[in-house]
Design a protein. Structure first.
Length: 269
């Protein structure tokens, strides 16, 4: 008999409501979530993650007068609804938490068809949703002087959080690949920041322009690199940093946020 694989149970979901929606660009929405179940929420380290439970299109609820979203149950390996169906769960970066107002901000890329993008585009104040977290974030070295932040549109929320957390004395190079020039946003100020926005070539697989931009940078032995985006692209960045340049593993964090052709979340690259 094959043993059933079990995994450590993730943080439980907290029922919340949409308190506000703000368009940061035609392709990026900031959604404010609020509710008493956010009491005790921990924002975690910069560029941490939360899981958003995207409500089904038929808006399954728990049958209560408030119509709170129905929560799936952890079965030792994954979250499932009572009927065995798998919920749509997407991983996002928490960008702000107000412990007094019990409000949590997340940002969502509008990329066309897909459960999260479709839900976000139609989200209005009062809509029910659920959130869980936080997951691991990035430990900032207070003495670092040379940093590269690289990512595609999915990484913009985390890049913004990291910019606000990095030491003022650091030189910070920001490299961002966008699918459309309209995706460019104002990033948090940082005295040592330079930024380069690269519009992707539709003929090149997503992330290809970002890989080329990272490879073109002169990276010294003391640089710290944080990179995230499409899984195949960041795998190539990882190979360049560790195998090509010999950068110590402790000097770079490289994460796959999504994968071409895959509806769910990519594993960390």
């Amino acid at each position: 008999m094959t043993a059933v694989r079990t995994r450590r149970e993730p943080p439980l979901f907290r029922r919340v409501r949409v308190a506000g929606v703000d368009a940061r660009s035609p392709r990026l929405l900031r959604v404010t979530l609020a509710g008493p179940e956010l009491e005790g929420f921990d924002l975690g380290l910069p560029a941490a993650s939360v899981r958003l439970l995207v409500p089904p299109t038929d808006q399954l609820t728990d049958g209560s007068p408030t119509g709170a979203v129905l929560l799936p149950v952890w079965n030792g390996n994954e979250f499932l609804y009572a009927d065995g169906s798998r919920p749509a769960i997407r991983t996002l970066t928490p960008v702000r938490f107000d412990g007094d107002a019990l409000e949590l901000d997340v940002e969502i890329v509008l990329h066309g068809a897909g459960p999260l993008s479709t839900w976000a585009a139609a989200a209005e104040p009062g809509a029910h949703v659920a959130v869980a977290g936080t997951g691991r974030g990035y430990t900032v070295d207070p003495d670092v002087l040379d940093v590269v932040l690289a990512g595609d549109e999915s990484a913009l929320p985390a890049i913004g959080v990291l910019l606000a957390a990095l030491p003022a004395a650091a030189s910070v190079r920001v490299l961002v690949e966008v699918a459309d020039p309209a995706a460019r946003i104002d990033l948090p100020p940082h005295p040592g920041r330079t930024e380069r926005w690269i519009v992707a070539d539709p003929a090149v697989p997503p992330g290809g322009a970002l890989v080329a931009a990272v490879e073109a940078e002169e990276l010294g032995p003391d640089v710290r690199v944080w990179a995230a985006g499409e899984a195949a692209a960041v795998w190539r960045i990882r190979k360049h940093l560790f195998d090509g340049l010999g950068l110590p593993r402790s000097h770079a964090v490289v994460r796959g946020y999504w994968k071409v052709g895959r509806g769910g979340d990519a594993d960390d690259a």
